[in-house]
Every structure is written in C-alpha cells, then in structure tokens.
Write a protein that binds this ligand. Sequence first.
Ligand code: HEC
Length: 475
Amino acid sequence: MKMRFVTISAAVAAVLLLPGTAHAQNVSFSKDLVPILREQCVKCHSTRQPSGGFAVSTFAAIEKGGKGGKALAPKPDDSRLIKYLEGTLQPKMPIGGSLTKEQIAKFRAWITQGGKSDVDVGLVVIPDSAIPAVKTPVIAVKVPVLPEALALAWSKDNKFLAIGTYKTVLIVDPSTGQRIGELKGHADKIHDLQLSPDGKILAAAGGPPAQQGEIKLWDTTTWKEIRTIVGHTDYIYSISWSPDNKRIATASYDKTIKVFDATTGSEVSTLKDHADAVYAVAFDPTGNLLASGSADRSVKVWDVKSGKRIYTLAGHTDTVYSLAWNPKGNQITSVGADKTVRTWNVNPQSGNQARNVTAHDKAVEEVAYSPDGNAMATVSDDKSVKIWNAANGSTTHHIKDLGDGLQSVVFSPDSKLIAIGGYDGTVRIINAADGKTVSTIIEMPKAAPAPAAKPPAAVPAKPTPAKTDAKPRSR
Ligand code: HEC
C-alpha cells in the first residue's frame, strides 16, 4: 500500500517536473493552485494587506505582481513567484512555512503551460474573509527566525539593545554584539519596541496580520513575560509609553489608535479620526497629548484625557510612516512615503509647518530624535541614513549604501551613537558625530540549535545567500 502510494506520487511528480511533455498533466489555476494559495499565502497577501504589494485574491492581482515587479514570466525560472517559493529570492515564501516539492512543481508546470486562469481573471478566488479567524490555534513553526530587524530599543543604562525580528526579540549588548537573550512567543513580525520610561518593561508590538494587534510586556531584569495585551483587528505598527509608565498608546493598520492600561492590560480608550491605517503614535513629554501619523497623509494631535482630536497637520502628500516629538515637546517631526522630513511647531491648541525637506530618494521609514534633542536621524528605502541638526534642519551626515529595507533607527542614551536595522537583518551602530560605522551586529539565528553569540565587535560575513533583488516589503 505504502509502496504503491510512493510510486504513484513519484510518477505524478515526475510528470509535473517535466511539463510540456506529451504526458504533462494540465494544472488548473482554480483547482490546483488556489487551494495552496488559500492555505499558505492569503493571510499575508490579501487584498487588504498585500505584503510586498502582492495579493493572491484574484488571478488579475497575481498577474499584476508586487512591488518588485511581475510575479510571472513565460519561463518558471524567470518567474519571481517561483524564485520566492524556491528561495533564490529572499525571504523565501511562504514566510513561516514551506511548500512541498510537488506543490512548487505544480506552480512551475502551470507557468510552463502558459500561466493562464481557468476562471474569470477578476473573480475573487480567495476573499479576505477566507483568512483564518483569530481563534485558529497558532501552529508552531520550526523554521529559522527570519533575518529581519524591524524595530530597535536601546536601554537607558546602555546595557542592552533590543532587536525586533520575526516572532523573536533579540537582546544584545550594544558594545560587544554579544547575545544576552531571546524573547519568544510573539505572533508575527515585531513592528515596534519601546522601553517604559523607567526602563523596567520592554513592550514589543505586532500581531497576526489581519487578525489582531498584540503587545507583549517583558521584565527587563528577569526577561520574563509580564503579560500579553491584545486589541485592534489588525497589526499594531507603533506604540508609545506615557511618561508616567502607566499607559501604552498603539497605532494599528485597523485605522484606530488605542490607549491601554499597562498595569492591567485593559483598554482605556479608542481614538478614531484617521481615514486609513495608522503607522505612528507618540506621547508628548507631558503625557497630555498624543501625535499620530497615517496612510491618510495626515498627522493628528489628540487630547489623551478626552480622546478627542485637537488638530490635524496637513502637508504630507503620501503615507506618514513615522513621527517623533522633540524632547522639549514643542516640535514634531514626521516622515513618510513622500520622501520628505517635515518639522511642525506645535502647542496644545494648534500647530504649523516649520520646515519641509525632500530628504531622501525613496520613502522615509523612520525618524528619531537624540535624547539630548540636538540631533535627528532618518532611515529610508533609498538605503541611506541622514543625521540632522535638529535646531536648523540641516543635514550633518548622509550615509549611503546601507542595505535594503531600512526600517528602524534609535539613538544611544548618550546621543552619541545610532543603531539602524531593516529587512536584511543587519544591525549597524553608527557614530552620530562622524557618520562612521562603529560595528555591525548581525544576528540571524538559525533553526535550533542556536548559534553561539558572535565574538565582540566582529564584523561577520552574512551567513545567508543574499543574492537577492527583493524589495523591502510593504508595511
Ligand atoms: C507570514 C506572511 C507571508 C506568507 C505566509 C507569505 N508571504 Fe509572500 N511576502 C510576505 C512579505 C512580508 C513579503 C515582502 C518581502 C520583501 O520584499 O522583503 C512577501 C513577498 C512576496 C512576493 C514578492 C512580491 C514583490 O513583488 O515584491 C511574492 C511573489 C510572494 N510573497 C509570494 C508568496 C506566496 C506564493 C506565498 C504562499 C505560498 C506567500 N508569499 C506567503 C509575507 C508572506
């Protein structure tokens, strides 16, 4: 019985691997491929949240491709879809899972046969509602943690740098690169990491896409989990602690901002006024105001107590990805897809634009102020970092060719260094005074057993084949 099964499936596989022969079996888009896409891909490639700009909801969307270009080509070897499935383009798809050889062979055979749809090209073959509900038990994946560094937090005592990756937060010593710990159990990518102002708690935010937002709170002395807070109906992209360590504000793809009580985990309020996904949120130094930035191109300032929007700062011509208050609390700097860095003069009643600089060649992903308030730093999809004089808005350093998909930047507590990270997993420490790289901390944990911590200040070669033209993913 077993024998026969193996023979048959091997024969089927052989036929599929040799498409174009007289025996090649026709692969049906709707019958053979849609079930795989539904099972393995749609949770990250829905119409509502097309990772990498790529949706699998209709044949038309698949044919259109994603941010990196068309997914299909006449030959399987030239098709980016196949390259992502086989891992010659990174990150290998599906993230957090993998297809069998037979399944990949089906995609190959289908492309060889012309890559056509057997149903109307606009038919929604996988509706967003097919995305598994949040109740579905989370399946533990045994794949290596992805080489990503999407969020960073630097402790005030300079003892550790927290690096948010896929499902795991790495804790490293910023001066040596030695690994101190690994915080596991997060639902998905970690989009933001913020230390409580008293330094006692590290909050890590993200959540399963299109399902809910999740924040895990970690005790920074014992590295034990304190609690998990859930809320929202989609990813959380940004979080901020109130100065009194009591509240956490969250910005979500579900277009809302929420405020949670950090000690109980209960939801305090929901702030609604943005017309699209909210990517950034930050308390002002008094804790009375919140600022938020959204895909609706606006920056809004809110009264925390009443939960009411006080005013809107309009000017950005595309999605606002990040914002920060200066330590004095009289200016907000916001950045985003329109490549600009805008600084606004603000007070509790109103605000106006003080400066607007087209700063980078591509989207600006994050902005941070130095703790002393003298400098700012921005990271962009153009692979570069800019360091700014916060007082006059001039650029003091422009450091280029730092790798694809830079997402995160944070200053050291003494304002002298910056750490940057992104989708390629590299974390660099740069001297803010001269723009030189001080060290490169690369942490790419393999599947168990975890590798030994890297030797101090080493600049190791990248362990993953990085021959990729993969574009930084969509937010
Ligand atoms: C857990 C989430 C997740 C799953 C599951 C997943 N993907 Fe992706 N996919 C992503 C992300 C994130 C990107 C963007 C990666 C980047 O460019 O760095 C991406 C990018 C892609 C791209 C490139 C888009 C472009 O043009 O840049 C293709 C093609 C793709 N995925 C196909 C698939 C297929 C096919 C499956 C199912 C077999 C799948 N993915 C499953 C998250 C996922």
